[in-house]
Design a protein around this ligand. Structure first.
Ligand SMILES: NC(=O)c1ccc[n+]([C@@H]2O[C@H](COP(=O)([O-])OP(=O)(O)OC[C@H]3O[C@@H](n4cnc5c(N)ncnc54)[C@H](O)[C@@H]3O)[C@@H](O)[C@H]2O)c1
Length: 501
């Protein structure tokens, strides 16, 4: 713990060294210049349990200079040594899994089993990027002029800034910092105000893993100072790359600032992901996969199922089974073993869900189950909700729901389903369920999304490129070569043979 704690912690950790509530800059735990703090709240109770510094633009220069100083050293560390530090970080995170999960439960609200799931998924990235550190290669080739040899090398860009959301804070950090550190870059992270403590625990473990001071700095702040701090990071001349994950609205602001300064930027933005379930699908498989996808973290994932299209032959049966299963969900605090779905992470999430449900109702949609918030222990709980009769004029058809609200839409033909699925400005992920292999290939090619799950609700892994198209952003965050490429410069050399002695 970095500063005096005025709250009683609602949990105990096995390794209390993991708990830090100050910013982490150049290996030191620091207050902000203003000395101001904000509260981190448990979404399952609405009670503050710790506070963190409010950093603003005046705190940025020192942190970035620390990162830059580190970069000058880190860029010359061998790829193998970088890989070894990434492996060490990975094993420390796995060793502290129980405690990290506890912090995650009290920041995001997700049930402990899901917190474990996030850690398992996320360490896939540290492991993968440790390997990627040693797979960064240049080329040598003979161009059209035979007396020439052209060669390329890859060099790290420099200091990278990461601006991350609260829904999967571990995955966000390990995916971004894993790629940056593998490429020889260093990173400065601005966590979401909802989840700074999880991120600080990861920074502590990176320090323990042997990364040099300044390799992974963390500047926390509250909602109010977020725009100022983010902008100062994006504008700082020593920050060469910005990796942003969050909403499309904020992503556009970040892209604008970065373009004014000609900075390389990765944008992992919102989704409005469709699921297509055909009459010939294995219904058990589709139910299991999409149910888990939709209700994971109470519907707060960018790649969650936002619109579920079911072909007319199985529509009624599918809906009936879905409703029956949804009624079995146990909503509660993430730390309660019986809980199968936690709260949404912010009160704003409840307001948005209510607004979307009410808008749909007022335009003629039918609410089969749920539709309301749940008053329980002060937390931000929302009922598992199922809606049919959704039409394109409803907000719920066009916006990310980000709550446990499921919309079902009937379709007749494949062409109709594809047209409806693609009728969105977003293009992150799509899913389809069918036993017809020809159709599967057609859908894979015709669905406008960066990732397509075929008979699976799981379209993301460390080895496969993660990222969207259309208003879901650009750039890739995992996969062979493509994620480290985001943090590299390709430098070309030309050598003339003629006249050489
Ligand atoms: N494509 C992906 O990989 C992916 C993954 C997870 C979440 N998301 C998206 O993230 C969104 C949910 O997260 P969120 O609510 O934290 O998003 P958000 O856009 O509000 O915030 C994302 C980050 O930007 C910061 N931020 C907020 N307002 C800002 C401003 N005006 N200027 C600068 N920075 C600002 C936040 O503090 C946070 O660090 C959803 O749209 C979801 O789809 C996308």
């Amino acid at each position: 713990m970095g500063s005096t704690q005025k709250y009683e912690l609602p949990f105990k950790l096995n390794n209390s060294d993991l708990l830090h509530n100050l910013s982490f800059v150049h290996g030191e735990w620091k207050k902000s210049k203003s000395g101001k703090t904000f509260e981190v709240v448990d979404p399952g109770t609405d009670k503050a349990w710790i506070e963190c510094p409010i950093n603003d633009a005046s705190d940025v220069d020192e942190a970035v200079k620390s990162s830059h100083q580190c970069f000058e050293k880190y860029r010359n560390i061998s790829p193998r040594a970088r890989a070894q530090m990434l492996f060490k970080w990975d094993s420390l995170i796995r060793e502290n899994k129980e405690d990290i999960a506890t912090i995650l439960v009290y920041e995001t609200g997700k049930p402990r089993s899901e917190a474990y799931g996030e850690i398992d998924y996320s360490t896939g990235f540290t492991w993968w990027f440790a390997g990627e550190a040693e797979r960064i290669q240049g080329t040598v080739f003979t161009p059209a002029l035979p007396d020439r040899r052209v060669f390329t090398i890859k060099q790290p860009l420099g200091v990278a800034a990461a601006l991350v959301p609260w829904n999967f804070p571990i995955a966000m950090i390990l995916r971004k910092a894993g790629a940056a550190l593998a490429a020889g870059c260093v990173m400065i992270v601005k966590p979401s105000p909802e989840t700074p403590i999880t991120v600080l625990a990861l920074a502590y473990l990176a320090d323990m893993a042997g990364f040099p001071k300044g390799a992974l700095n963390v500047l926390t702040t509250d909602l109010g100072k977020t725009p100022e701090l983010s902008e100062a990071l994006c504008r700082h001349p020593l920050v060469k790359k910005v990796s942003f994950t969050g909403s499309t609205r904020v992503g556009k602001l970040i892209a604008k600032i970065c373009s004014e300064n000609l900075k390389k930027v990765t944008l992992e933005l919102g989704g409005n992901c469709p699921v297509l379930i055909f009459d010939d699908a294995n219904i058990d498989q589709a139910m299991g996969q999409i149910f888990a996808l939709k209700y994971r973290h109470a519907g707060q994932a960018c790649i969650t199922a936002n619109r579920i299209y079911v072909q007319s032959g199985i529509f009624d049966e599918f809906l009936e089974r879905w409703n029956a299963e949804s009624k079995k969900i146990v909503v509660g605090h993430g730390s309660d073993e019986k809980t199968t779905m936690g709260p949404v992470t912010t009160p704003r999430g409840i307001e948005k869900a209510l607004a979307l449900v009410n808008d749909a109702k007022s335009k003629g949609a039918t609410v089969h189950i749920g539709g309301n918030k749940i008053s329980k222990g002060g937390g931000y709980f929302f009922e598992p909700t199922v809606i049919t009769g959704v039409t394109p004029d409803m907000d719920i058809a066009n916006e990310e729901i980000f709550a446990p609200v499921c919309t079902f839409i009937k379709f007749e033909t494949e062409d109709e389903a594809v047209e409806k699925a693609n009728d969105t400005s977003m293009g992150l992920a799509s899913y389809c369920f069918t036993k017809n292999v020809d159709r599967m290939w057609r859908l894979f090619e015709n669905l406008e999304a960066g990732m397509v799950g075929l008979n699976t609700g799981n379209s993301s892994a460390a080895e496969s490129p993660f990222g969207g198209i259309k208003q879901s952003g650009y750039g890739k965050e995992s996969g062979l070569g493509v994620a480290t490429e985001e943090y590299l410069i390709t430098k070309t050399g030309t050598f003339t043979l003629e006249g050489q002695t």
